[in-house]
Design a protein around this ligand. Structure first.
Ligand code: F6P
Length: 533
């Protein structure tokens, strides 16, 4: 399968993508329209036989069977023996979803209702702090307990009509110090978001916040809430059960923003807008489950990505939202994709044989254009680019700026594909230079082109559309993981660093010696201790 695809890649290596547009139907045929969005992958070197070969990967890996297994609660997270059911969190029609014979939906919907009641009470002032209505919410969490709601709160800023929201994640005291300095402890609600309620960064920051609040507030428990699967640990921390919003271990951290981990977002934008976000995710679930492969947006997004990474060997992928409020989307996707599919062995412990998921990175356009696009256009490595752009912005009276944004987005994918050859470059500098100098100057102005990109276009970044986009990316990860035979739902690769950090702490504190550590680590400890406090 992979060999066949690699042979195809070799055969088309010299082909210019733009020549594929001699087929006048290409744009339509190499796009997926669904749920009011358009995913255009026509500006890639994928032709019909290549697409067929990519689609054949799906059947070989029984992606359809695995997809049903996920949606119906089978324990597809095999290394942890867990179901993978973040889709149940947005299953608003409440149709039964069973795990080990038990329908999980009554509890999911009950928790959603509790979250909504709590969010409404905070927003209306029925729940207050010691000093009156809640003005600030601080979400303390990291990884999946931070990136989702933080990304979405930025994305949905035009819908933010609740208290201010802050997100603290880093154990670096600078993070929490800056946020606490901007808040009044008497009118602040602290939400401790941690699936396990053991993560050292989160628990350290939570204790710091509790101490800060305790200096001004007599009943800190009344201004804390917890989002966790570990009810015993939240109780030990002093958070009353009615302030704990629980979920089950079948919700992975990086897939958890649809449930309790989304509480800060719900308080910010309100329960109705949060439901619209869930509806968007639910609509994408239905589409993913039913659409034929070639019209299936998550499937085609995944296959295009695999063509670029596993077949052509492009190690990174740039995510370039021409939508400033999606500034945190690349960071969110880094966890979603790289923690899910950054693995070297398949489910049965065998070496993968092809590359795992790509390095994902990016920044919003147009900012990136004035920073790293130089390398994307003229560097020696090919970086497949994934553009996202809305037809419409939120800023009334500034529509001309939005159109300029769109023009820039479309210009980049066109420039990447077409490039500029030496003759055109010569024409650019003719008149300014001549002879050898003209040749030399012209060469600097050549753009190789033939660089692939895709564009996801959508009407407007509203809550429902954001829900569709996030669910689209989640299912893309699923498809890639299923084809590779990876378990996309564990994350053993984060453990070693955690263990070593725990062991290093007493050494950094000066309570233990560096004996047994490598020379570099010992030297760094020595420098940092000698120059720190
Ligand atoms: O260390 C990685 C990780 O486990 C992520 O998978 C997770 O999202 C994050 O840490 C935070 O975990 P928790 O929500 O349990 O604090």
């Amino acid at each position: 399968m992979w060999d066949d695809l690699k042979t195809r890649a070799d055969a088309v290596a010299e082909r210019r993508i733009e020549t594929l547009f001699e087929d006048v139907g290409r744009a339509r045929d190499f796009s997926v329209s669904a749920l009011g969005m358009l995913f255009d992958y026509a500006k890639t070197n994928i032709d019909a036989p290549t697409r067929d070969a990519l689609i054949a990967l799906l059947d070989k890996a029984d992606v359809a069977g695995r997809r049903e297994a996920m949606f119906t609660g089978a324990p597809i997270n095999e290394t942890e023996g867990r179901a993978v059911l973040h889709t149940a969190l947005r299953n608003l029609d409440g149709a039964a979803v069973t795990v080990e014979g038990q329908d999980v939906m009554p509890e999911v919907l009950d928790t959603l209702k509790r979250m909504e009641d709590f969010a409404r009470a905070v927003r209306s002032g029925a729940i207050t702090g010691q000093g009156g209505a809640i003005t600030d919410v601080i979400n303390i969490g990291i990884g999946g307990s931070d990136l989702g709601p933080a990304m979405a709160a930025t994305a949905l800023a035009p819908y933010h009509d609740g208290p201010r929201c802050h997100f603290v994640s880093n154990v670096d005291p600078a993070d929490i110090a800056d946020v606490l300095a901007a808040c009044d402890p008497e009118t602040t609600l602290v939400i401790v978001a941690s699936k396990t309620f053991t993560t050292i960064e989160t628990m350290t920051n939570a204790r710091t916040a509790k101490d800060w609040m305790g200096q001004a507030v007599s009943d800190t428990g009344a201004q804390f809430a917890a989002l966790s699967t570990a009810a015993d640990k939240t109780a030990d921390f002093g958070i009353a059960p009615e302030r704990v919003f629980g979920f089950e271990d079948w919700v992975g951290g990086r897939y958890s923003m649809w449930g309790p981990i989304g509480l800060s977002l719900m308080i910010a934008i309100g329960p109705e807008a949060f439901r619209a976000f869930l509806r968007g995710g639910e609509a994408m679930d239905r589409h993913f489950r039913a659409a034929p492969w070639q019209q299936n947006m998550p499937v085609m997004l995944a296959l295009v990505g695999m063509w670029h990474n596993q077949v052509l060997g492009h190690a990174t992928r740039a995510v370039l939202p021409y939508d400033n409020r999606l500034a945190r989307l690349p960071a969110y996707l880094q966890q979603l994709e790289m923690e899910s599919n950054g693995k070297g062995v398949s489910m049965d412990g065998e070496d993968l044989g092809v590359h795992s998921g790509p390095v994902v990175w990016g920044e919003p356009g147009t900012n990136g254009q004035h920073a790293f696009y130089q390398l994307i256009h003229q560097g020696t490595r090919v970086v497949p680019c994934e553009f996202l752009v809305a037809a419409e912005g939120h800023e009334e009276g500034l529509e001309h700026q939005h159109r300029l944004l769109i023009a820039n987005c479309l210009a980049q994918s066109e420039a990447l594909m077409k490039g500029r050859d030496l003759d055109e470059a010569r024409a650019k500098v003719a008149g300014k230079f001549e002879g050898d100098e003209l040749e030399r100057q012209a060469k600097h102005r050549v753009f190789p082109g033939n660089r692939p990109s895709t564009t996801l276009a959508y009407p407007k970044l509203d809550p429902e559309t954001l829900g569709k986009i996030i669910a689209l990316y989640e299912h893309r990860v699923f498809v890639e993981g299923a084809v590779l035979g990876i378990n996309s739902y564990d994350q053993w690769g984060v453990e070693l660093g955690k263990e070593l950090a725990t062991a290093l702490q007493p050494i950094v504190d000066g309570k233990e010696s560096t004996d047994g550590k490598d020379g570099s680590t010992a030297q760094l400890v020595g420098f940092l201790r000698a120059n720190g406090s």
